[in-house]
Ligand binder design. Structure first.
Ligand SMILES: Nc1ncnc2c1ncn2[C@@H]1O[C@H](COP(=O)(O)OP(=O)(O)O)[C@@H](O)[C@H]1O
Ligand SMILES: CC(C)(COP(=O)(O)O)[C@@H](O)C(=O)NCCC(=O)O
Ligand SMILES: [K+]
Length: 258
């Protein structure tokens, strides 16, 4: 059963076609498009793909963007698949949702937590877990050892931090710099400031979760800019590029496995 997984963030749409709709499926094809280019997906990235039997996605870029994606799916002549989008709930696939209003949680955060929780369980005993996603925004979410989502942080991503400083000041229009411990020029000061803001937020949630659970958490990181953070993290972590797709495969497996 071919399965199309779609992750629509605020910067890019990421898609992956699998040969089955459950964890362990083989990846057949994948791609990413900036949101400006998604109206050509049917003619470009998706042309020549096998027709998917099932589709499951998560979208945080708004209803208009979701409709544009659905139009591309409808435009695929030989496809006959209903678009289904994950809506965060009180509980799914072994994760329970501690958000005040569970449906207001970003669908990408929910799916990533489900993917990360299953990754931890595959590796052995249940542990508390920090899930970091470094995309347009950065999210840092905490689950206890039972798979309960306790809550998390939202902060600006690298790009938004830099743009905010550029537009809010007269003297901060400089090229990208390096991350250094004691920056001695404006470029390095900005790049290091953003990177350590994110690393510091992760460190704080890690400490909060360690204190709450009395056990060192696992940490899983994902997102288009996750690799930029790797050298600056203060705790052991695992970088999983396909975390959202892994989560979508877990959810699909539970919904559709006969
Ligand atoms: N090759 C790349 N293409 C696009 N964005 C990239 C790339 N490498 C790093 N990035 C960074 O990743 C961010 C987008 O990551 P992504 O996970 O696609 O975000 P979102 O899920 O919010 O759309 C951008 O803000 C950019 O800073
Ligand atoms: C926090 C986010 C903007 C992150 O989006 P992204 O960086 O992946 O584009 C998204 O998860 C979102 O819109 N969340 C809804 C609000 C919430 O989670 O509380
Ligand atoms: K995302």
């Amino acid at each position: 059963m071919t399965f199309l997984a779609i992750d629509v963030g605020n910067t890019r749409l990421k898609w992956a076609m699998y040969d089955a709709a459950h964890p362990g499926a083989t990846l057949l094809a994948h791609g990413a498009e900036f949101l400006e280019h998604i109206d050509q997906l049917a003619e470009t990235g998706w042309a020549g793909l096998p027709a998917p039997d099932r589709m499951l996605g998560c979208v945080v870029a708004g209803d208009a963007v979701m409709r544009r994606v659905q139009q591309q799916i409808e435009q695929m002549a030989h496809w006959d698949v209903a678009a289904q989008w994950v809506v965060p709930s009180a509980g799914e696939a072994g994760v329970t949702n501690g958000y005040d209003h569970p449906t207001r949680l970003g669908a990408d955060r929910w799916v990533a937590m489900i993917g990360a929780r299953h990754q931890v369980l595959r590796q052995g005993r249940p542990r508390p877990l920090v899930v970091v996603m470094v995309g347009t925004a950065v999210t840092v979410d905490a689950l206890d050892a039972s798979g309960h989502f306790l809550g998390g942080l939202i902060l600006p991503g690298h790009g938004i931090m830099l743009r905010a400083l550029e537009t809010g000041t007269a003297g901060l229009h400089v090229p990208t710099g390096e991350v250094t411990l004691f920056p001695t020029n404006t470029s390095d000061a900005l790049t290091s400031g953003g990177t350590y803001a994110i690393a510091g937020a992760v460190e704080r949630i890690y400490q909060h979760l360690d204190a709450r659970c009395g056990e060192a958490p696992a940490c899983i990181m994902a997102g288009g800019a996750g690799w930029k953070m790797a050298p600056s993290m203060t705790r052991p972590f695992e970088l999983i590029d396909n975390l959202i797709f892994d989560g979508l495969l877990v959810i699909a497996g539970q919904r559709w496995r006969a």
